[in-house]
Design a protein around this ligand. Sequence first.
Ligand SMILES: [Zn+2]
Length: 259
Amino acid sequence: MREFGPHRKVIHPEHPFWLMQKDEVWEIDRPELVAQTSWGDARPTSLLEHNIQGGFPEPIYESFRKYPEFAMSVANMLLHSHFPATLHSDILRASGIASDLPGIEPLGVREELPEYVTYRRLKREEGFRNAVLAAYDNQCAVCEFSVKLDGYPLALEAAHIKWHGAKGPAETRNGLSLCALHHRLFDKGVFTLLPDELKIIVDEAVSSGDPGFHDSLGKFHEKPLHFIPHKFEERPSPEFIKWHVKQVFKSPNQIPDTF
Ligand SMILES: [Zn+2]
């Protein structure tokens, strides 16, 4: 939750652990021992004190065990509904779900979408990518990266500012043309933008004196985007940037007066 979730002063892992019981896909042993708040949340100290364990109910556990590809398709569905594709392999690795399963792609490789993703969505995503890259003249908006092979831009991607999984629209004003590196760092919340000035703000927690850091990211701190679309209606919308600052950027306190 700390690494991939939105910035929160306090994180509450006990919430999903306890509340998922209601969805009937999760059960807890000895729930009667758990002390609750007046809101009906479990008290973390009580969970720890009794060493309360949680897990899938037997039928679900058995299906996952018998059919690992079913477990993987559920995991994929959750990933596609809630997180941008650049983070999927990191989340799978961090959660220990699928470190040795095939199909986890390295950085920059377009991953194969699961079957439930419809043809219509694929067409829409492709239209989005083409429109965003064109609006930025086929360059990374941060670092100017632009490498083409036979006229086709390589390792250049259309990032959603407000994630698709958070109902961010596939529109140019919700897009940024970014190289694979900056796309990943943007989705990870390592940098964001000032909503109106479109300046790049790098999380001060990652700042370091490494020359590698400086050249690839640090030197862009507080600089305007390298490229801003000519048409006003194609420029990143403050509404979506504010969402990114609040929900993805690691240190939203660095950007006071945004909300
Ligand atoms: Zn870049």
